[in-house]
Design a protein around this ligand. Structure first.
Ligand code: NIG
Ligand code: FE
Length: 404
């Protein structure tokens, strides 16, 4: 098989065991075999026999190379938009007020149900392309605006189709327990029964890679979520949870009992919740876009997460209600500015730890054996990716060994 050699690069491997910050290697080389990395290190140390076999040579022109970015929490496939609610909030209504008055998630459910698969795909492809343009090579897409079998299926099928038509890997998450749909108003437990019926069907159709829920006073209780988690566990599907976003409901402890891949949002995470996440190895997915857009004032307890060694990921939460955001680079800046992550933590949050939040072990760092998903950037130092607001210094993306 032909081997590709990339030289004249600074590489930020983001490897967990690196001795240099960001795993930085000056004058680095990468050897790609097919869809994977065969060798990564200092160019001067490349074994002679390997060098001899490299028949395709690339000059990175001094670019910084990072792993392909991973957006590990999005609701990218939805119908309509919520610009009108944005206006209402500027007149004083709160996110919870709007949800209680039948707007919020319910209004996106109406628009998503009304849209055909083709319409959803067209609208969502634009958002996906914006993320790909910033170096995203893996993205998670949740359902949760269908809330009925045919519409959850439509959403998850569109997500799969987007993965097929774009140079990006899509991971599907079934978020049937996102909100109680209008036809089940006042009957949340009955709707949970319906979710338990949808899950095995969608799973059998190959549409579900993970299961998520919204555990909150305006959504589902821990007892209701536990039923969903039990059903996921019975199918051998890993779980995640929107937890402690607007209040401390003990969702993190529940999720930890089910070895959740991640707990997401976490503004109200308690010390006991952080301890539970550390024990279960769950990743804390931080969503500064939602924090910013909802004008939250309570920052996730970063110091507590650090103290317990809970890995932190950073994501867009791309959705029409709380984070209409299609820039993961902007999230890097906001994670640092609003949440006080270091740039190195933020970058690990969109690479290594984002992979872990999706249960993926073959990407997120640049090392031999990993997928050859990487990005060339027109910057000198990785901190510049976090520092700039609204810049996109991407030069080129390599996805599974091939230029995008
Ligand atoms: O992640 N928290 C729940 N779900 C979304 C918001 C959904 C919406 O408002 O449409 C979130 O913030
Ligand atoms: Fe979300």
């Amino acid at each position: 098989m032909s081997l590709q050699l990339w030289t004249h690069a600074r590489v930020a491997t983001l490897a967990a065991d690196a001795t240099e910050p960001y795993g930085l290697i000056d004058e680095a080389a990468l050897v790609v075999e097919g869809e994977h990395l065969l060798w990564v290190g200092e160019a001067s140390k490349i074994p002679a026999d390997l060098l001899e076999r490299c028949d395709v040579l690339h000059d990175a022109g001094g670019a910084l190379i990072t792993p392909g970015l991973i957006d590990c929490h999005t609701h990218l496939v939805y119908g309509g938009d919520r610009a009108h609610e944005f206006e209402l909030r500027l007149q004083g209504a709160s996110y919870e007020d709007i949800a209680k008055a039948g707007g919020g998630i319910a209004s996106t459910v109406r628009a998503t149900r009304a849209a055909t698969a083709a319409e959803l795909e067209l609208a969502s492809a634009k958002r996906l392309q914006a993320l790909i343009n910033e170096g995203v090579t893996t993205i998670e897409i949740k359902s949760g605006y269908g809330l009925a079998l045919e519409h959850e299926r439509k959403t998850l099928s569109v997500a799969r189709a987007l993965g097929g038509s774009h140079a990006v890997d899509v991971r599907n998450t079934f978020l049937g327990a996102h909100a109680v749909p209008p036809e089940y108003a006042g009957r949340a437990d009955d709707y949970v029964d319906a979710v338990l019926q949808m899950l095995p069907v969608l799973h059998a159709e190959g549409l579900v890679d993970a299961v998520d829920g919204f555990c909150e006073r305006i959504a589902f209780s821990t007892a209701q979520m536990e039923r969903v988690f039990q059903a996921a566990q019975a199918l051998g599907v890993r779980v995640k949870l929107h937890a402690e976003q607007l209040s401390d409901s003990g969702g993190a402890q529940l999720a930890a009992r089910y070895q959740a891949l991640s707990c997401d949002h976490l503004e109200w995470l308690s010390p006991a919740g952080a301890q539970a996440m550390a024990t279960s190895g769950s990743v804390a997915v931080l969503l500064p876009g939602a924090f910013y857009f909802l004008r939250e004032t309570r920052v996730p307890p970063i110091e507590l997460l650090r103290k317990h060694g809970v890995p932190m990921a950073v994501s867009t939460d791309c959705n029409p209600g709380s984070s209409p955001c299609t820039s993961l680079l902007l999230m890097l800046n906001m994670a640092c500015t609003l949440f006080r992550l270091t740039p190195e933590e933020a970058l690990a949050g969109v690479t290594r730890h984002a992979a872990a939040a999706l249960g993926l072990t073959d990407r997120g760092v640049l090392a031999a054996g990993q997928r050859a998903d990487f990005v060339l950037w027109d910057v000198q130092h990785p901190a510049q990716l976090c520092y700039a607001l609204g810049a996109n210094p991407r030069i080129q993306t390599i996805f599974k060994g091939q230029p995008v």
